[in-house]
Design a protein around this ligand. Sequence first.
Ligand SMILES: *[C@@H]1O[C@H](CO)[C@@H](O)[C@H](O)[C@H]1NC(C)=O
Ligand SMILES: *[C@@H]1O[C@H](CO)[C@@H](O)[C@H](O)[C@H]1NC(C)=O
Length: 135
Amino acid sequence: MFVLFCIFVCASAGRFTTAKHVMTGQPHEVPANSTKVVTVARFAVVEFNKANTEDQFSYKIVNITSAKIQVVAGINYILDVQLGRTVCKKSDTVDGEPCDFHSESKELQCNFIITEVPWEDLRVLTRKKCHEHKC
Ligand SMILES: *[C@@H]1O[C@H](CO)[C@@H](O)[C@H](O)[C@H]1NC(C)=O
Ligand SMILES: *[C@@H]1O[C@H](CO)[C@@H](O)[C@H](O)[C@H]1NC(C)=O
């Protein structure tokens, strides 16, 4: 039994040390402009807009200032994103992408965590923490 356990652990340990840049559990920086990061960031903004009862206008991305991924039971995308209020009403679009920024500008600084479980075809916004961004 113990021998079996050791074989398993040693084999796992070997696998993790060879896969040096996929450190399980450890968040690591990824390019903020990668297609994947932009895709999940837009998903987060749509969810944010749907839930944002404080404003009738849709927000859209101004800048993604930090992007990290963390491999857990799935993949966490940990993003810092600046959002800006657009002229579009949320009743017309929850994706502010095609819209101009509002002249009564309002910027938010948000920390989003988007969790993806690819093999379950699942994507959820598991954290959204935003505060008004003052320049
Ligand atoms: C991301 O930004 C880097 C540095 O600015 C640039 O070299 C790269 O081409 C960009 N990648 C994409 C997918 O836009
Ligand atoms: C976006 O954020 C990055 C990282 O903070 C910064 O280097 C870059 O200048 C910003 N771009 C814009 C258009 O604000």
